[in-house]
Design a protein around this ligand. Structure first.
Ligand code: BG6
Length: 293
């Protein structure tokens, strides 16, 4: 059952730290503001759409043209991708990037912890029970757990499709992928070779890196900061920016907004997909923080 804003506030609001707001199109979001940090999470898709430590530029990008309406994927933030990544493997009519990002998640719990304000939400999808915990503090902590609730061994792909806000995508570099080859989705899935140097984006980029290390960083000289991404249980990283031509063709992005973000996604996709026996559980976590450069 979906709860309305008043019922959610009654049960889950935290005075001075967490409130609920309904958008004009009827989506509900939790708005977090406490001491060192602010953030937002939409219950549709359990999608984080904002997080920033006090005094910092936003760390998460949300498109000014995002569709904030029921059933539409929200462009920006951190969509939860599950149980498939990209097009469905054999059903062309199934939505890109799975079912979780447009589903109505159930909010189960909110609390204040030493790490920040925590929200927990759950969703049953495709034979799996998902739980998602997001903690908004000086750092952003995300935990996605999947349990196989079917009677058969089953596989899934997943991603936290993080849109990171940057001063200019052409000025940043991504460290941590230097020794990994990648699948190039802009070149018929051909394999690209390890660059041996931090990644600079100079054109449309859509790359799937497999078996990556657990620590990556986006260095942003324009804003004099580094976004550090530390993860566990997640072997893949996807790097994406559409560049102007494709961005212009996307009604919820537009030609003027592609400079302001880079997607560096934490996940388990392609050959890193996860197979679970009935009753078994897998957890993937990401922790995001800012460092001065
Ligand atoms: C990336 C994919 O993760 O998401 C790209 O690798 C895709 O191929 C992009 O274009 C955006 O997807 P969507 O469904 O949100 O437009």
């Amino acid at each position: 059952m979906t709860m309305n804003t008043a019922a959610l506030a009654n049960r889950f609001r935290i005075a001075g730290a967490l409130e609920f707001i309904e958008t004009k199109d009827g989506l509900v979001k939790a708005v977090i503001s406490r001491g060192g940090a602010a953030g937002e999470l939409f219950l549709q898709g359990a999608q984080v759409t904002a997080w920033q430590p006090t005094g910092a530029q936003p760390v998460i990008f949300l498109s000014p043209r995002a569709n904030l309406a029921p059933g539409k994927a929200i462009r920006g933030g951190i969509p939860v991708i599950f149980p498939w990544f990209g097009p469905h493997p054999n059903d062309p009519k199934a939505p890109q990037h799975g079912l979780a990002r447009t589903a109505a998640w159930r909010l189960d719990r909110t609390e204040e912890t030493a790490d920040g304000v925590a929200l927990e939400a759950s969703l049953a999808v495709g034979g799996f029970a998902l739980t998602y915990r997001a903690v908004f503090g000086d750092m952003l902590w995300l935990y996605l757990t999947a349990r196989n609730i079917s009677a058969q061994t089953a596989a899934f792909e997943e991603a936290l499709h993080s849109y990171f806000a940057v001063s200019d995508v052409e000025g940043v570099s991504i460290c941590g992928l230097e020794t990994n080859g990648f699948i190039d989705k802009t070149a018929d899935m051909r394999l690209g070779r390890a660059a041996g140097a931090p990644l600079r984006l100079t054109k449309e980029t859509d790359r799937v890196y497999l078996d990556v290390p657990d620590r990556l960083a986006i260095t942003d000289p324009g804003w004099n900061r580094r976004i550090v991404i530390e993860k566990s249980g997640a072997a893949s990283t996807i790097v994406w920016n559409p560049w102007p031509e494709k961005a212009a063709a996307m009604g919820d992005l537009g030609a003027d907004n592609w400079h302001g973000f880079v997607c560096v996604e934490t996940g388990n996709v392609s050959d890193n997909r996860i197979e679970l026996a009935p009753g078994a559980t897998h957890e993937m976590t990401t922790r995001v923080r800012l460092d001065a450069q």
